[in-house]
Design a protein around this ligand. Structure first.
Ligand code: R1X
Length: 244
């Protein structure tokens, strides 16, 4: 069956998928797989499939922001994906997590606009524990700092006149901010599949720490490669657990 927006056929889509915002990053992840094959490039959604250690993995870009990303997640699940891992970037709340560090998201604060139109506001956006542990373990095999904890999903990248309550979320224990994870976790829960996410810190979301935003540094690029490798290794480990 042809997925109307991704423009991929469900017959080509395996049970495991890595999703990321940037179509170029999808190509970079696919290049780490054996025999990568591009399936489609429709709007911001670039889709590949390849294998690692015999496990078939789809790699698909979802663009920036929850509503567009949700279309990607929904169509992948309709096409047969049962495990999704988001590989992304995020702004940090703390100097303990500087640019170049990795965070595995255990749950997401739902300050996005999309998910309140899907489920009640009290419903939590939570990662699958097996996916989270596999990601955390795999990420710690690489060099560099890795933490796990709560992330915040919002819709705003450039501020308007409203104050976003970053300070409260930081004080309550959130580690970083990005724009798609709550959509992933809510849709995974709604559709009965599992999901996890890992983000590379590319700057500070906290106004006291924020300098000029420059996500194009070697430290960030290295962290993005480490999280790509971690996502692939986590999927191979999860597939092994399922076979056992
Ligand atoms: O999730 C956020 C968004 O997709 C983080 O990075 C992007 C914006 O640069």
């Amino acid at each position: 069956m042809l997925m109307p927006i991704l423009q991929v056929n469900s017959e080509d889509i395996p049970e495991y998928a890595i999703v990321c915002g940037d179509p170029k990053r999808a190509a970079a992840i696919a290049a780490k797989l054996d025999e990568p094959r591009e399936l489609a490039f429709s709007r911001e959604y670039r889709s590949f499939v390849g294998t690692k250690d015999g496990v078939q993995i789809a790699v698909v870009s979802h663009g920036v922001g929850s509503p567009g990303a949700a279309v990607c997640f929904e169509e992948l699940i309709r096409a047969g994906v049962k495990t999704l891992i988001r590989v992304g970037t995020a702004g940090s709340y703390s100097a303990d997590h500087p640019a170049g560090s990795l965070i595995v998201s255990t749950a997401a604060v739902r300050t996005d606009g999309l998910t309140r139109q899907l489920v009640p506001e009290t419903f939590p956006a939570v990662a699958d524990s097996a996916v989270t542990e596999a990601l955390y373990y795999a990420a710690r095999q690489g060099e560099g700092a890795v933490s796990k904890g709560i992330t915040v999903t919002l819709d705003v990248f450039f501020n308007g006149v409203e104050e976003f309550p970053h300070r409260k979320f930081k004080q309550a224990g959130a580690l970083a901010v990005e724009m798609e994870i709550s959509a992933l976790y809510i849709i995974a829960s709604l559709r009965g599949v599992r999901a996890g996410a890992i983000v590379a810190i590319d700057g500070y979301a906290d106004a006291d720490l924020a300098a000029e935003y420059d996500p194009h540094t070697t430290a960030v690029a290295d962290a993005v490669h480490r999280e790509m490798d971690a996502a692939i290794a986590a999927i191979v480990a999860l597939a092994g657990q399922e076979r056992a």
